[in-house]
Design a protein around this ligand. Structure first.
Ligand code: FAD
Ligand code: NAI
Length: 475
């Protein structure tokens, strides 16, 4: 007889491994199956996020930011640097080490929580009285049975038609994180989150970077005022972003990649680069899951169809994270994982999509939660806005980083905070206060009356809340 589990999680990314831990905490007998392999063929749980996403990108963003600071900004602080250089092999090895620490951390957490980990591909075989039979194809093949199945198989990079990823010249996020020598010229297709983060890394390290974006507006999902401010900063840094383009034929050869494109005026152009990163979004991953064996339904985008509670078309089969609708973010996947484990236990797990924060880890960082000004206008909601520039913040001046602002949007009548948008230093950390405030349905006045440490960047948050009522103290 096959091994029986209360819960089997397929996929060990941030959605899957967190779901497994929460289910184990709730007293279930849990298995997690993940197929990711490290360089030696061993297990590397953590998914896209840990292996080729959030973690390695932030490691390289940090290293390249240190270099950029030493190269361009230390002198302002009276620090002289001689013989500055880059040891790219070491930088990449450090990034790999950070990834490994996270892989090892997850394996430790599986042990600590008594979760049975299976290294291999999980696929549906059939359903029966005891639950669902899942085939695990790893070093050996075996079948395990689960009463509940949580599918957390993530997503893959979307390729451009006619330009398959070879990870040598035409790179997905995977190849973009392990280019062996700083390219002289780097092209990116898509100025979304990956385009801006990866473009920033390689620009700071010395590449001449051109980003080709199809949409006529820059960062359309971001509050317009914030996106404009960010664009100004990126232009100043020399990140060349072309908007409203149409990408044509892509040719890859010994000498690099040639991209035919048309600019916003309809003029034909050619971009010759050493490497091309294609970052035009991601597609849900159901490859190898054998969803058809049990009749698991997909939606029109190829994502697993789920309701608001992450229930699929099949009883006791759940799906979370990038493989279902909603933003493709690690923390969204994690929240869904926790909520599903709690629902299986008969509890009332809940994910509030309105308070999922977004962060783009460029310099300046961009972070937001809730609605943008353009969304409020479109919905006809009466609102008040307040902004405060980092230029007027003492800590930002001391840091030498005064780019950007904090912006509050609050309901015109009740003062409830509807959205907070930040572009500037440490926006990724500052946004947490706004998330907490919105979860507690705080008003702008609530934040304005809370004592914030001086000198700190968080005072800009307080001042932006004060600005909603037109009574900033330091501007
Ligand atoms: P994944 O992390 O993709 O994990 C799925 C796992 O399932 C993988 O390990 C896969 O191998 C495994 N798997 C798939 N099919 C099977 C199968 N049949 N059997 C066994 N195993 C299987 N998000 C953020 O919130 N912050 C960031 O800073 C951030 N940075 C990013 C940077 C980059 C370059 C990229 C590409 C993404 C980034 N993301 C970031 C997005 C984030 O990585 C994803 O939203 C997140 O990883 C989704 O988690 P998941 O658990 O749904 O799927
Ligand atoms: P994205 O959706 O952020 O951006 C894709 C961009 O490519 C869009 O601006 C789109 O208009 C453009 N585009 C699409 N087709 C195009 C074409 N044919 N020609 C030119 N431009 C085209 O997707 P991206 O950057 O690939 O990232 C995928 C996802 O990964 C993100 O949406 C996000 O969910 C996640 N992610 C999150 C990060 C974070 O939280 N900091 C970091 C990196 C990724």
């Amino acid at each position: 007889m096959s091994k029986q589990f209360d819960v089997i999680v397929i996929g060990g990314g941030p959605g899957g491994y967190i779901a497994a831990i929460r289910a184990a905490q709730l007293g279930f007998n849990v298995a997690c199956i993940d197929e990711w392999k490290n360089g030696k063929g061993g297990p590397a749980p953590g998914g896209t996020c840990t292996n080729v996403g959030c973690i390695p990108s932030k490691a390289l963003l940090q290293s390249s930011e240190h270099y950029d600071q030493a190269n361009h900004h230390f002198a302002d602080h009276g620090i002289k640097v001689e013989g500055l250089g880059i040891d790219l092999a070491k930088m990449l090895a450090r990034k790999d080490q950070v990834v490994k620490q996270n892989n090892d951390g997850i394996l430790y957490l599986f042990k600590k929580n008594k979760i049975s980990f299976f290294h291999g591909r999980g696929s549906f075989e059939k359903s029966g009285d005891a639950g669902y039979d899942i085939k695990v194809a790893g070093a050996a093949e075996e079948t395990i049975t689960g009463k509940h199945i949580i599918v957390a198989t993530g997503s893959n990079a979307r390729a451009l038609p006619g330009a398959a990823f070879d990870e040598e010249n035409i790179l997905s996020n995977d190849g973009a994180l392990r280019i062996g020598a700083v390219p002289k010229k780097l092209g990116l297709i898509g100025s979304g989150v990956i385009g801006l983060e990866m473009g920033s890394v390689w620009r700071r390290l010395g590449a001449e970077v051109t980003v080709l974006e199809a949409l006529p507006t820059f960062l359309g999902a971001v509050d317009e005022q914030i996106a404009k401010e960010a664009k100004k900063a990126f232009d100043k840094q020399g990140l060349k972003i072309e908007l409203g383009v149409k990408v044509g034929e892509i040719k890859s050869g010994k000498n690099g990649v040639s991209v035919a494109w048309t600019n916003a005026k309809g003029e034909a152009q050619t971009l010759e680069v050493d490497k091309l990163i294609v970052s035009i979004g991601r597609v849900p991953n159901t490859i190898g899951l054998n969803a058809e064996a049990v009749g698991l339904k997909l939606d029109e985008r190829g994502a697993i169809a789920v309701d608001d509670d992450c229930k699929t078309s099949l009883p006791n089969v759940w799906a979370i994270g990038d493989v279902v609708r909603g933003p493709m973010l690690a923390h969204k996947a994690e929240e869904e994982g926790v909520a599903v484990a709690e629902r299986i236990a008969g509890q009332h797990g809940h994910v509030n999509f309105n308070t999922v924060p977004w962060v783009i880890y460029t310099s300046p960082e961009i972070a937001w939660v809730g609605q943008t000004e353009q969304q409020l206008k479109a919905s006809g909601r009466a609102y008040k806005a307040g902004t405060f520039p980092f230029l007027a913040n003492g800590r930002a001046r001391a840091l030498g980083d005064t780019t950007g602002m904090v912006k509050f949007l609050a309901d015109a009548a009740t003062d409830e905070i509807l959205g907070v948008h930040i572009v500037g230093p440490q926006a990724s950390e500052l946004i947490s206060e706004a998330v907490v405030a919105m979860e507690f349905k705080a008003s702008a006045e609530d934040i304005a009356r809370i004592c914030h440490a001086h000198p700190s960047l968080s005072e800009a948050t307080k001042e932006a809340a004060l600005a909603v009522d037109k009574r900033t103290l330091n501007f």
